[in-house]
Design a protein around this ligand. Structure first.
Ligand code: PLP
Length: 493
């Protein structure tokens, strides 16, 4: 069946905005600007820039149609391991839209933004209390940015002692951002293998520690969804050679309210507000990755930070002569909207509620693990933390790969889990349900995955290798956009 409109049932094909728009059209009638003298002189633009114009209903339809081709946490289970796709409470959104938070400018006089500064001070209080660490840098804008902040503070601390170390140790099970951050910071990255239990091989770690090691970057709970239960031994061994212990705390949602990283010997740790504290993420949206710092690193925290002079709050924006910090990490103070959402989440749960968050996240993941391990292959013995790791042994000799299995999940109405990560196991399938799924939604999800696993074993290969057949797109070429980027748009005839 063909249709002139290219619409089929509820699926509307959508062209690029450049193809449907027109430079002559506009959704609003703006008055002509008043005559003014340009300060740009010869640098001022004179030609039209040619942005496509749409009427308001056309613009609304364009973006609504695009959004319907996508999957979101507001549509169903989004089990993307390591990403913590939990529900974003609407209360947080309401708070973030209050004009006193949403309509302020970072260059406004301090006296007019006292409420916003107080919110930052309160958020810092919650983060340092929950982690048992004395200081926090709020400005990093994502988890990876927080890693950079932590390593720059660590480097500043070593340099302040005149000790330029060159190596950062990163376990095999680390998130890819860890070795990338260390390399970006100019460090040589050395990998530490995992043991048969999916944890860091402590003997291999000890053998790699030397006076040239600046830091260890360890993820805990790690990317296999397991708690590093030798962490105290690890912290001591790292400190014994004068190195710092960086903890990737992106998975803090599994332990918040139960474990304080400060008690484990951690020197620096980023917290993804967009994971643990439910601020929206995905599609490259804004994140926020505050970094908590130990007493040893506290004075190396970047600018700016909030200080209190009696009743008045202000941001310290300049380095003074005695400062040891490395300056600024970004232009302003961080993602205000994310601060508001995260604090709203913390305060609406309270201390007990946050503990329940971690407990329920772990319970849900173990429910998935226990309900699927007879039909899918669990990678490690015993219970998990916030995510359940499977590998592709259950697909052996079926002709179905991890990728095929994930694509068939799309036909079943789910965003796939994280695939082929962590690298510690073959053909990984990493499922993180989070605490916000009900038992009913988990039961449906589990039943669908069981059905898929049994279908693969029963030899229904075609269903998997052809998938997805019910999505707006079939399989895309995964590398073409990088290998042959089309950077200049030309109107289709
Ligand atoms: C998500 C994640 C990161 C990176 O966080 P971004 O905000 O995406 O930069 C780092 N480490 C782990 C373990 C993560 O899960």
């Amino acid at each position: 069946m063909t249709s002139v409109s290219t619409h089929f049932a509820l699926d509307h094909e959508e062209a690029l905005i450049f193809d449907i728009g027109d430079t002559k059209r506009s959704g609003v009638d703006l008055p002509s600007p008043a005559a003014h003298k340009s300060r740009l002189g010869n640098a001022a633009r004179t030609a039209e820039i040619g942005l496509p114009g749409l009427s308001e209903p056309e613009a609304v339809r364009h973006y609504t149609r695009l959004s319907r081709k996508n999957y979101a946490i507001d549509m169903g289970v989004f089990p993307l391991g390591s990403c913590t796709m939990k529900h974003n409470p609407r209360l947080n959104e309401k708070m973030a839209r209050l004009p006193g938070f949403a309509d302020i400018h970072p260059l406004q006089p301090m006296s007019t933004v006292q409420g916003a500064l107080e919110l930052m001070e309160l958020l810092a209080h919650w983060l340092t209390t929950l982690t048992g660490m004395p200081a926090v840098a709020l400005s990093p804008k994502a988890g990876a940015h927080g890693e950079l902040c932590g390593l720059m503070a660590i480097r500043a601390a070593h340099e302040a002692r005149g000790d330029a170390r060159k190596v950062v140790l990163v376990p095999e099970s680390a998130h890819g951002t860890n070795p990338a951050t260390a390399a970006l910071c100019g460090y040589e990255v050395k990998s530490i293998p995992a043991n048969a239990r999916g944890r860091v091989d402590v003997e291999a770690l000890k053998a790699a520690l030397s006076p040239d090691v600046a830091a260890l970057m360890l993820t805990n709970p790690n990317t296999c969804g397991l708690f590093e239960n030798e962490i105290l031994t690890i912290a001591k061994a790292v400190h014994d050679v004068g190195a710092y212990f960086y903890c990737d705390g992106a998975n803090f949602n599994a332990i918040v309210g139960r474990v304080r990283p400060g008690d484990l010997g951690v020197d620096a740790m980023h917290i993804n507000l967009h994971k643990t504290f439910s601020t929206p993420h995905g599609g490259g949206g804004p994140g926020s990755g505050p970094v908590v710092l130990s007493a040893a690193l506290q004075s190396f925290a970047p600018l700016p930070y909030v200080v209190r002079d009696g009743e008045q709050l202000r941001l310290v924006e300049q380095r003074d002569a005695a400062a040891q910090n490395f300056g600024r990490l970004s232009a302003f103070h961080g993602q205000m909207g994310m601060f508001v959402r995260a604090l709203a989440y913390m305060m609406s749960h309270g201390a007990n509620g946050l503990r329940r968050v971690a407990e329920d996240a772990v319970l849900n993941a173990n429910y998935v693990l226990a309900s699927l391990k007879d039909v899918m292959s669990a990678s490690f013995e015993g219970p998990c933390m916030h995510e359940a790791l499977f590998d592709d042994r259950f697909l052996k000799d079926t002709g179905v790969s991890t990728l095929d299995f994930a694509k068939a999940m799309i036909d079943a109405g789910y965003h796939p889990m994280t695939m082929y990560f962590p690298l510690v196991v073959h053909g990984a399938l990493l499922i993180e349900p989070t605490e916000s799924e009900s038992k009913a939604s988990l039961d449906t999800f589990i039943a669908d995955l069981r059905e898929l696993a049994l279908a693969a074993k029963a030899g229904d290969v075609e269903r998997f290798t052809a998938a997805p057949t019910r999505a707006p797109r079939r399989r895309l070429d995964e590398t073409q956009a990088a290998r042959k980027p089309v950077l200049r748009w030309e109107k289709q005839a």
